[in-house]
Design a protein around this ligand. Structure first.
Ligand code: HEC
Length: 107
């Protein structure tokens, strides 16, 4: 009985480690993705580059953008809006990561 408990415990720990590693990898992915695909217009800090502002991008750190729901942010990233290009080719998982990343930019 004791031996089985130890086995279950070991497996549970292994799963926990794998999960936490993949979660933090995903958070890093989102940051990297934002830098490579979005920062040109939105700036690394989300406040918007000169180019982005000229096109009408809004400051991600403000209540104006943070006040949008996750569904609205997902929709804008997926389908685009005016000069914002659409990213429908990104897997939903990555778009979700980007939305979560935008939330971290809140001031
Ligand atoms: C070519 C420049 C450009 C790129 C690249 C770009 N965006 Fe945008 N984005 C815009 C513009 C311009 C708007 C404003 C759209 C409007 O409301 O007219 C916008 C709007 C947004 C909004 C809604 C808030 C706001 O500023 O109005 C979100 C969220 C957003 N972009 C996320 C992203 C993400 C995530 C990426 C990368 C996957 C990205 N954008 C890449 C130009 C860009």
């Amino acid at each position: 009985m004791k031996r089985i408990d130890l086995k279950v415990f070991t497996i549970a720990m292994a799963i926990a480690v794998v999960l936490s590693v993949s979660l933090s990898a995903r958070a890093q992915d989102a940051a990297g993705l934002f830098k490579s695909k979005c920062a040109a217009c939105h700036g690394a800090d989300g406040t918007g580059s000169a180019t982005g502002k000229k096109m009408g991008a809004h400051d991600f750190t403000t209540a104006e953008v943070q006040g949008l729901s996750d569904a609205q942010l997902t929709d804008i990233i997926t389908n685009g809006k005016n000069k914002m290009p659409k990213y429908a080719s990104l897997p939903p998982e990555q778009i979700k990561g980007l939305v979560a990343y935008i939330r971290t930019l809140k001031k």
